[in-house]
Design a protein around this ligand. Structure first.
Ligand code: 9MR
Ligand code: 9MR
Length: 579
């Protein structure tokens, strides 16, 4: 192994200068050395100058050094932290903290006296600008029902797929007004993930997270030019992108009774073909209470966020949203326990959930805030803050309450806020015990999104408390996603020196373009499904390392709209820190 060759240099030259850095041969060797991506883990998108800047070393070294790649000279050196073993990754790491060095530029981190050097990385104010934009633009590139033009999609241009103007009412979704076989129109929206289906439950948390991002960072969002077809109109591009999904979402409600179809889908997953070649029949399947409560929550929130917008289009949409929320809530109250069960002839994603108390709480919270009507006493009884996910939505309601500026909600705001802050503090505690400095102690399908959601919780706690104590941990979450994790990958397509190339995403697999569609967060390591690929493909049995960049690995290398949303939130918040 390379690090056997590490020469230890002691003491003297901790702050290294050109004089202290050894021979010209070493300088040259270091500039040309291949990146030791296995040994030195860095945030491959880079670091903000004033941030806490930490890399991780999987080797012994008494000193690490930063070299400036424009000169090869040492600009900084320090001692790494103690080696710590992590049972979830099966390896030992040391921190290399170079927070003290703040000069913008491009650097490599090397082990003293050796040519064991990281991939080059940047320090700069704008290191997260392009990646944030790409993370949002990935939604455009995953739009259903519209051509992706060369002007807006570059080499990922493709014909329109799935117009969804002839969608069949599945037998499970039949009603008096819409018997099985009735054809409805439900165009637009985003494909959920690597597959071409559109699922209300998962769309709901995605819509929420992006609306929250807009609510919390309105000026930043308005400053973004995303180069999408709607760019240049009087609505912020981020909101335009969100509207592409929200307008589809509204069509998933049966106007006759207010119930919401669980999903719009093919009966089975199709092969790896382009959207316009995937022409199997499309169905809406079964109304469910989860979908309908989620819908009632999101539409109430959209009303609240857009009701006073300068754009008359958004104000009109807000009114429609509140009406549809009312109808959805009525249906859910009349049908409180319709749990989604996958019909026998349907094999696509289920997003099934037997526990609806959290969805009910979320819907009630959003509706109370939208209407300015306080819920009954004891509203928070039995509710707790957890990491949000498509099937854990109570926290979404807590966040909305905690951020409310409506004085009538002052006491709820305070209680919800302190629940969120305690939870974020628990996450900080966990991160403090983790050698890789994240708050995860369990790796689920889509583990990267849990890390991003943790960061979002910390960002909210930071907003609520005004305290900077969350920042290093937020940065560590971002570092993990962009490179300081046991796999060494930057988990966002199109970015980083080691980046996923073979994602489980049908357009990326079928378009003939070598590079995957950019800006997507892959699901990342977990051991939930170990047999998604056939031998000889295999993965680590350590959960934090169990990731493989092959297309068959849907359980580690797919992408999904609900995973990208907290990534957008985190990246945007970080980018917004630039002066
Ligand atoms: O492609 C499907 C992906 O979008 C889903 O997340 C995943 C789990 O539901 O399933 C994938 O489809 C696979 C199917 O489940 C089993 N046969 C192979 C399919 C992938 O090619
Ligand atoms: O993200 C979902 C994950 O939490 C579930 O464990 C998994 C299996 O049910 O499904 C994931 O969602 C997939 C969905 O079912 C179909 N589209 C792709 C989604 C991401 O893999």
């Amino acid at each position: 192994m390379r690090f056997n060759r590490v020469i230890l240099v002691l003491g003297a030259s901790v702050i290294l200068t050109s004089a202290g850095c050894g021979s010209k041969t070493l300088i040259k060797a270091r500039l040309n050395a291949p990146a030791a991506t296995e040994i030195i883990l860095v945030n491959q998108a880079g670091y903000l100058p004033d941030a806490e800047k930490v890399a991780l070393l999987r080797a012994d070294a008494e000193i690490f050094e930063l070299i400036d790649v424009s000169t090869g000279l040492n600009v900084y050196g320090a001692e790494p932290g103690e080696p710590v073993y992590w049972e979830l990754s099966g390896d030992t790491v040391r921190t290399a903290d170079f927070s003290g060095f703040k000069t913008p530029g491009t650097y490599r981190l090397c082990l003293t006296g050796t040519e064991v050097c990281s991939a080059p990385f940047r320090i700069g104010d704008d290191v997260y600008s392009e990646i944030t934009r790409a993370a949002i633009r990935s939604y455009y590139l995953n739009r259903s029902g519209i051509e992706i033009t060369e002007e807006h999609g570059g080499k990922w241009a493709r014909p329109a797929g799935h117009p969804d103007t002839n969608v069949i009412i599945h037998s499970s979704a039949a009603s008096a007004g819409r018997p099985a076989g009735t054809v409805i129109s439900s165009p637009g929206g985003w494909y959920d993930a690597g597959d071409y289906n559109k699922y209300i439950v998962n769309s709901s948390i995605t819509n929420y997270t992006l609306l929250l991002f807009y609510q919390m960072f309105p000026e930043y969002c308005s400053s973004l030019d995303l180069n999408i077809p709607e760019s240049g109109n009087d609505i912020p591009d981020l909101v335009d992108e969100l509207l592409w999904n929200l307008k589809w979402y509204l069509t998933m409600q049966d106007p006759a009774d207010g119930g919401v179809y669980h999903k719009l889908t093919n009966l089975q997953f199709c092969g790896f073909v382009m959207p316009h070649e995937a022409t199997d029949k499309r169905y809406v399947v079964m109304k469910s209470t989860a979908a309908t409560l989620d819908f009632a929550a999101v539409t109430a929130m959209a009303y609240r966020v857009f009701a006073n917008d300068p754009s008359s289009e958004l104000r009109a949409l807000a009114t429609t949203c509140l009406e549809t929320s009312d109808k959805a809530m009525k249906w859910a109250e009349a049908h409180p326990e319709i749990i989604y069960r996958q019909p026998a002839d349907v094999g696509t994603g289920a997003y099934g959930d037997d526990h609806l108390a959290d969805e009910l709480f979320w819907a009630k919270a959003e509706r109370a805030l939208a209407k300015g009507t306080l819920p009954a006493n004891g509203f928070l009884d039995g509710v707790s803050a957890v990491t949000p996910s498509w099937n854990q939505s109570a926290t979404l309601g807590l966040i909305s309450l905690a951020l409310s500026s409506d004085e009538a909600f002052a006491s709820l705001r305070e209680s919800a806020g302190s629940m969120l802050v305690s939870y974020a503090d628990e996450l900080l505690n966990k991160a403090g015990q983790c050698p890789y400095r994240i708050s995860l102690d369990h790796f689920a399908w889509g583990s990267t999104s849990d890390v991003a959601n943790h960061a979002m919780m910390k960002l909210i706690a930071m907003r609520l408390t005004g305290s900077d104590r969350y920042l290093p941990s937020i940065q560590a979450d971002l570092n993990w996603l962009l490179g300081t994790n046991p796999t060494g990958y930057c988990f966002v397509t199109g970015f980083g020196t080691l980046s996923p190339m073979n994602i489980h995403h049908r357009p990326s697999g079928a378009d003939g373009v070598p590079e995957p569609v950019p800006g997507f967060l892959v699901g990342g390591p977990n051991t939930v499904v170990m047999n998604d690929c056939q031998p000889p493909v295999s993965r680590s049995t350590f959960p934090a390392k169990s990731y493989t960049d092959v297309e068959c690995s849907y359980s580690t290398n797919e992408i999904a709209i609900n995973w990208n949303a907290p990534l957008v939130f985190l990246l945007g918040a970080a980018d917004n820190l630039k002066p």
